[in-house]
Write a protein that binds this ligand. Sequence first.
Ligand code: NDP
Length: 289
Amino acid sequence: RLLGKIIDGKLVAQHYTAEMKREVEALGSNHIVPTLAVIIVGEDDASKIYVRNKHRRAEGIGIHSINIRMPEETTQLALLERIDLLNSDPEVDGILVQLPLPEHINAQEVLNRINPDKDVDGFHPVNVGRLWSNNAQIVPSTPFGIMKMLAFYGVDPAGKQAVIIGRSTIVGRPMAAMLLNANATVTIAHSQTKNLRMLSQQADILVVAVGQSRFIKAEDIKPGAVVIDVGMNRDENHKLSGDVDFEAVIQKADLVTPVPGGVGPMTITMLMQQTINIAKRRALHAIQN
Ligand code: NDP
Protein backbone atom coordinates (compact mmCIF):
# COMPACT_ATOMS: atom_id res chain seq x y z
CA ARG A 1 0.00 0.00 0.00
CA LEU A 2 2.78 2.41 0.93
CA LEU A 3 4.46 1.71 -2.41
CA GLY A 4 1.53 3.42 -4.15
CA LYS A 5 2.31 6.57 -2.22
CA ILE A 6 5.82 7.04 -3.56
CA ILE A 7 6.33 9.55 -6.34
CA ASP A 8 8.88 7.73 -8.48
CA GLY A 9 11.06 10.41 -10.02
CA LYS A 10 13.03 7.85 -12.01
CA LEU A 11 9.87 6.52 -13.62
CA VAL A 12 8.68 10.01 -14.60
CA ALA A 13 12.18 10.81 -15.90
CA GLN A 14 12.13 7.64 -18.04
CA HIS A 15 8.79 8.65 -19.49
CA TYR A 16 10.15 12.04 -20.54
CA THR A 17 13.44 10.59 -21.74
CA ALA A 18 11.64 8.27 -24.17
CA GLU A 19 9.61 11.22 -25.45
CA MET A 20 12.74 13.36 -25.81
CA LYS A 21 14.49 10.73 -27.91
CA ARG A 22 11.60 10.86 -30.36
CA GLU A 23 11.74 14.66 -30.41
CA VAL A 24 15.49 14.62 -31.09
CA GLU A 25 14.93 12.22 -33.98
CA ALA A 26 12.30 14.47 -35.48
CA LEU A 27 14.64 17.46 -35.19
CA GLY A 28 17.40 15.39 -36.80
CA SER A 29 15.29 14.88 -39.89
CA ASN A 30 15.26 18.69 -40.11
CA HIS A 31 19.07 18.69 -39.76
CA ILE A 32 18.97 20.16 -36.29
CA VAL A 33 20.94 18.63 -33.44
CA PRO A 34 19.96 20.15 -30.08
CA THR A 35 23.14 21.49 -28.52
CA LEU A 36 23.91 22.32 -24.91
CA ALA A 37 27.05 24.25 -23.94
CA VAL A 38 28.18 23.97 -20.33
CA ILE A 39 30.90 26.24 -18.96
CA ILE A 40 32.74 25.18 -15.85
CA VAL A 41 35.28 27.49 -14.23
CA GLY A 42 37.78 26.09 -11.75
CA GLU A 43 38.11 22.77 -9.98
CA ASP A 44 35.04 22.34 -7.76
CA ASP A 45 34.66 18.55 -7.40
CA ALA A 46 30.87 18.51 -7.03
CA SER A 47 30.55 20.74 -10.09
CA LYS A 48 32.72 18.38 -12.10
CA ILE A 49 30.44 15.47 -11.21
CA TYR A 50 27.30 17.46 -12.12
CA VAL A 51 28.81 18.49 -15.44
CA ARG A 52 29.87 14.94 -16.24
CA ASN A 53 26.35 13.69 -15.46
CA LYS A 54 24.80 16.36 -17.64
CA HIS A 55 27.13 15.40 -20.48
CA ARG A 56 26.23 11.71 -20.15
CA ARG A 57 22.52 12.33 -20.00
CA ALA A 58 22.67 14.65 -23.01
CA GLU A 59 24.59 12.19 -25.16
CA GLY A 60 22.20 9.38 -24.17
CA ILE A 61 19.27 11.35 -25.56
CA GLY A 62 21.11 12.49 -28.70
CA ILE A 63 21.73 16.04 -27.52
CA HIS A 64 25.15 17.35 -28.48
CA SER A 65 26.88 18.57 -25.37
CA ILE A 66 29.89 20.87 -25.39
CA ASN A 67 31.88 21.11 -22.16
CA ILE A 68 33.98 24.23 -21.86
CA ARG A 69 36.50 24.09 -19.04
CA MET A 70 38.14 27.32 -17.98
CA PRO A 71 40.87 27.61 -15.35
CA GLU A 72 40.22 28.92 -11.81
CA GLU A 73 42.09 32.15 -12.60
CA THR A 74 39.86 33.01 -15.58
CA THR A 75 38.95 36.69 -15.55
CA GLN A 76 35.41 38.00 -15.57
CA LEU A 77 36.06 39.55 -18.98
CA ALA A 78 37.35 36.30 -20.50
CA LEU A 79 34.27 34.47 -19.22
CA LEU A 80 31.91 37.13 -20.60
CA GLU A 81 33.65 36.95 -23.97
CA ARG A 82 33.28 33.17 -24.02
CA ILE A 83 29.55 33.58 -23.35
CA ASP A 84 29.31 36.14 -26.17
CA LEU A 85 30.78 33.58 -28.57
CA LEU A 86 28.17 31.02 -27.54
CA ASN A 87 25.39 33.62 -27.71
CA SER A 88 26.24 34.32 -31.34
CA ASP A 89 26.78 30.70 -32.35
CA PRO A 90 23.63 29.70 -34.28
CA GLU A 91 24.20 26.01 -33.53
CA VAL A 92 24.22 26.40 -29.76
CA ASP A 93 20.76 26.13 -28.21
CA GLY A 94 21.31 26.08 -24.45
CA ILE A 95 24.06 27.81 -22.46
CA LEU A 96 24.67 26.95 -18.83
CA VAL A 97 27.33 28.29 -16.48
CA GLN A 98 27.93 25.81 -13.69
CA LEU A 99 27.71 27.42 -10.24
CA PRO A 100 29.42 28.18 -7.93
CA LEU A 101 31.90 30.43 -9.73
CA PRO A 102 35.26 31.43 -8.19
CA GLU A 103 35.08 34.27 -5.64
CA HIS A 104 36.59 36.92 -7.93
CA ILE A 105 33.81 36.52 -10.49
CA ASN A 106 30.46 38.29 -10.20
CA ALA A 107 28.01 35.44 -10.84
CA GLN A 108 24.97 37.62 -11.43
CA GLU A 109 26.77 39.65 -14.09
CA VAL A 110 27.81 36.42 -15.78
CA LEU A 111 24.28 34.99 -15.75
CA ASN A 112 22.94 38.31 -17.07
CA ARG A 113 25.23 38.04 -20.09
CA ILE A 114 23.63 34.83 -21.39
CA ASN A 115 21.13 35.43 -24.19
CA PRO A 116 17.79 34.92 -22.36
CA ASP A 117 16.54 32.73 -25.21
CA LYS A 118 19.50 30.37 -24.63
CA ASP A 119 19.46 30.60 -20.83
CA VAL A 120 18.64 26.95 -20.23
CA ASP A 121 18.87 27.27 -16.41
CA GLY A 122 16.25 30.04 -16.44
CA PHE A 123 18.21 32.25 -14.03
CA HIS A 124 18.39 35.34 -16.28
CA PRO A 125 16.26 38.23 -14.94
CA VAL A 126 14.27 38.24 -18.20
CA ASN A 127 13.28 34.62 -17.67
CA VAL A 128 12.54 35.26 -13.99
CA GLY A 129 10.26 38.11 -15.09
CA ARG A 130 8.57 35.99 -17.74
CA LEU A 131 7.89 33.28 -15.15
CA TRP A 132 6.43 35.70 -12.59
CA SER A 133 4.22 37.32 -15.23
CA ASN A 134 2.83 33.89 -16.12
CA ASN A 135 4.50 33.97 -19.51
CA ALA A 136 7.25 31.45 -18.86
CA GLN A 137 9.62 30.26 -21.56
CA ILE A 138 12.68 28.78 -19.90
CA VAL A 139 12.47 28.06 -16.19
CA PRO A 140 14.68 26.56 -13.45
CA SER A 141 14.76 22.80 -13.89
CA THR A 142 14.22 21.66 -10.29
CA PRO A 143 10.79 23.26 -9.76
CA PHE A 144 9.87 22.51 -13.38
CA GLY A 145 10.57 18.82 -12.74
CA ILE A 146 8.39 18.98 -9.63
CA MET A 147 5.48 20.39 -11.67
CA LYS A 148 5.90 17.55 -14.17
CA MET A 149 5.88 14.96 -11.37
CA LEU A 150 2.72 16.44 -9.86
CA ALA A 151 1.02 16.32 -13.26
CA PHE A 152 2.19 12.74 -13.88
CA TYR A 153 0.61 11.66 -10.58
CA GLY A 154 -2.62 13.55 -11.29
CA VAL A 155 -2.11 16.28 -8.68
CA ASP A 156 -3.72 19.50 -9.90
CA PRO A 157 -2.52 22.46 -7.77
CA ALA A 158 -5.59 24.58 -8.61
CA GLY A 159 -7.31 25.75 -5.45
CA LYS A 160 -4.88 23.89 -3.20
CA GLN A 161 -2.90 25.37 -0.31
CA ALA A 162 0.76 25.09 -1.31
CA VAL A 163 3.48 25.80 1.22
CA ILE A 164 7.09 26.06 0.10
CA ILE A 165 9.83 26.05 2.70
CA GLY A 166 12.90 27.80 1.28
CA ARG A 167 13.16 30.95 -0.85
CA SER A 168 16.26 30.41 -2.97
CA THR A 169 16.36 31.69 -6.53
CA ILE A 170 16.95 28.18 -7.88
CA VAL A 171 14.18 26.33 -6.01
CA GLY A 172 11.83 28.14 -3.60
CA ARG A 173 11.03 31.31 -5.53
CA PRO A 174 10.50 29.78 -8.99
CA MET A 175 8.52 26.96 -7.35
CA ALA A 176 6.20 29.57 -5.84
CA ALA A 177 5.70 31.22 -9.22
CA MET A 178 4.94 27.92 -10.95
CA LEU A 179 2.44 26.80 -8.33
CA LEU A 180 0.81 30.25 -8.41
CA ASN A 181 0.61 30.06 -12.22
CA ALA A 182 -1.06 26.67 -11.72
CA ASN A 183 -3.67 28.39 -9.49
CA ALA A 184 -2.53 27.19 -6.08
CA THR A 185 -2.69 29.52 -3.07
CA VAL A 186 0.98 29.87 -2.24
CA THR A 187 2.86 30.55 0.98
CA ILE A 188 6.66 30.85 1.06
CA ALA A 189 8.34 30.13 4.39
CA HIS A 190 12.01 30.68 5.30
CA SER A 191 14.35 30.98 8.26
CA GLN A 192 12.56 34.09 9.61
CA THR A 193 9.07 32.59 9.40
CA LYS A 194 7.17 32.40 12.68
CA ASN A 195 4.91 29.41 13.35
CA LEU A 196 6.35 27.57 10.38
CA ARG A 197 4.98 24.23 11.54
CA MET A 198 1.46 25.63 11.76
CA LEU A 199 1.77 26.61 8.13
CA SER A 200 3.19 23.29 7.00
CA GLN A 201 0.32 21.49 8.75
CA GLN A 202 -2.14 23.33 6.51
CA ALA A 203 -0.41 22.47 3.25
CA ASP A 204 -2.14 20.30 0.67
CA ILE A 205 1.12 20.47 -1.27
CA LEU A 206 4.27 20.88 0.82
CA VAL A 207 7.60 21.54 -0.91
CA VAL A 208 10.62 21.36 1.35
CA ALA A 209 13.88 22.93 0.10
CA VAL A 210 15.81 23.75 3.25
CA GLY A 211 18.91 21.58 3.24
CA GLN A 212 18.49 19.97 6.70
CA SER A 213 18.04 16.27 7.20
CA ARG A 214 14.61 15.31 8.70
CA PHE A 215 13.49 18.93 8.91
CA ILE A 216 9.88 17.82 8.33
CA LYS A 217 8.40 15.07 10.50
CA ALA A 218 5.02 13.34 10.44
CA GLU A 219 3.48 15.78 12.94
CA ASP A 220 4.38 18.72 10.68
CA ILE A 221 2.16 17.66 7.80
CA LYS A 222 -1.56 17.54 7.05
CA PRO A 223 -3.04 14.05 6.66
CA GLY A 224 -3.30 13.29 2.95
CA ALA A 225 -0.78 15.94 1.90
CA VAL A 226 1.49 15.69 -1.14
CA VAL A 227 5.04 16.14 0.14
CA ILE A 228 7.91 17.07 -2.18
CA ASP A 229 11.38 16.70 -0.71
CA VAL A 230 14.01 18.73 -2.56
CA GLY A 231 16.76 18.36 0.06
CA MET A 232 20.02 16.65 -0.74
CA ASN A 233 22.00 16.25 2.45
CA ARG A 234 25.09 14.11 2.95
CA ASP A 235 25.90 12.66 6.35
CA GLU A 236 29.42 11.89 7.62
CA ASN A 237 29.34 8.54 5.75
CA HIS A 238 28.41 10.38 2.56
CA LYS A 239 24.92 8.85 2.63
CA LEU A 240 22.29 10.94 0.88
CA SER A 241 19.12 12.03 2.71
CA GLY A 242 16.36 14.52 2.08
CA ASP A 243 14.73 17.18 4.28
CA VAL A 244 11.76 14.93 5.12
CA ASP A 245 11.53 12.02 7.55
CA PHE A 246 10.37 9.77 4.73
CA GLU A 247 9.43 6.59 6.66
CA ALA A 248 7.21 8.45 9.12
CA VAL A 249 5.73 10.98 6.69
CA ILE A 250 4.69 8.38 4.13
CA GLN A 251 2.35 6.80 6.73
CA LYS A 252 0.35 10.04 6.90
CA ALA A 253 0.78 11.64 3.47
CA ASP A 254 -0.93 10.77 0.22
CA LEU A 255 2.18 11.05 -1.95
CA VAL A 256 5.85 11.62 -1.08
CA THR A 257 9.04 11.93 -3.13
CA PRO A 258 11.92 9.77 -1.86
CA VAL A 259 15.57 10.87 -1.70
CA PRO A 260 17.29 9.62 -3.76
CA GLY A 261 14.95 8.78 -6.64
CA GLY A 262 12.51 11.69 -6.41
CA VAL A 263 13.24 15.29 -7.39
CA GLY A 264 16.88 14.64 -8.34
CA PRO A 265 16.38 12.56 -11.51
CA MET A 266 13.80 15.01 -12.81
CA THR A 267 16.03 18.08 -12.52
CA ILE A 268 18.56 16.96 -15.10
CA THR A 269 15.78 15.55 -17.29
CA MET A 270 14.07 18.94 -17.45
CA LEU A 271 17.36 20.60 -18.36
CA MET A 272 17.50 18.32 -21.38
CA GLN A 273 13.83 18.94 -22.18
CA GLN A 274 14.40 22.67 -22.23
CA THR A 275 17.45 22.34 -24.49
CA ILE A 276 15.22 20.45 -26.92
CA ASN A 277 12.48 23.05 -26.63
CA ILE A 278 14.96 25.78 -27.59
CA ALA A 279 16.12 23.67 -30.54
CA LYS A 280 12.48 23.28 -31.60
CA ARG A 281 12.14 27.06 -31.70
CA ARG A 282 15.30 27.17 -33.85
CA ALA A 283 13.73 24.61 -36.21
CA LEU A 284 10.54 26.65 -36.46
CA HIS A 285 12.57 29.76 -37.16
CA ALA A 286 14.50 27.96 -39.91
CA ILE A 287 11.24 26.91 -41.58
CA GLN A 288 9.79 30.42 -41.36
CA ASN A 289 12.85 31.94 -43.03
P1 NDP B 1 19.55 27.47 -0.07
O1 NDP B 1 20.52 27.20 1.00
O2 NDP B 1 19.85 28.49 -1.11
O3 NDP B 1 18.15 27.87 0.58
C1 NDP B 1 17.67 27.23 1.72
C2 NDP B 1 16.40 27.93 2.17
O4 NDP B 1 15.94 27.30 3.35
C3 NDP B 1 16.60 29.42 2.50
O5 NDP B 1 15.56 30.16 1.92
C4 NDP B 1 16.56 29.45 4.03
O6 NDP B 1 15.97 30.61 4.56
C5 NDP B 1 15.65 28.27 4.33
N1 NDP B 1 15.93 27.75 5.67
C6 NDP B 1 17.13 27.37 6.19
N2 NDP B 1 16.97 26.97 7.46
C7 NDP B 1 15.67 27.10 7.75
C8 NDP B 1 14.89 26.87 8.90
N3 NDP B 1 15.42 26.40 10.03
N4 NDP B 1 13.57 27.13 8.85
C9 NDP B 1 13.01 27.60 7.72
N5 NDP B 1 13.68 27.84 6.60
C10 NDP B 1 15.01 27.60 6.62
O7 NDP B 1 19.25 26.07 -0.71
P2 NDP B 1 18.64 25.62 -2.13
O8 NDP B 1 17.27 26.15 -2.31
O9 NDP B 1 19.64 25.80 -3.18
O10 NDP B 1 18.55 24.04 -1.86
C11 NDP B 1 17.78 23.49 -0.83
C12 NDP B 1 18.08 22.01 -0.72
O11 NDP B 1 17.71 21.38 -1.95
C13 NDP B 1 19.55 21.65 -0.51
O12 NDP B 1 19.61 20.50 0.27
C14 NDP B 1 20.04 21.36 -1.91
O13 NDP B 1 21.13 20.49 -1.90
C15 NDP B 1 18.82 20.72 -2.51
N6 NDP B 1 18.72 20.84 -3.96
C16 NDP B 1 18.36 19.73 -4.66
C17 NDP B 1 18.19 19.76 -6.03
C18 NDP B 1 17.78 18.54 -6.73
O14 NDP B 1 17.86 18.47 -7.94
N7 NDP B 1 17.29 17.53 -6.04
C19 NDP B 1 18.42 21.00 -6.79
C20 NDP B 1 18.72 22.13 -5.96
C21 NDP B 1 18.86 22.04 -4.61
P3 NDP B 1 16.65 32.09 4.40
O15 NDP B 1 16.37 32.50 2.99
O16 NDP B 1 15.91 32.91 5.38
O17 NDP B 1 18.10 31.91 4.69
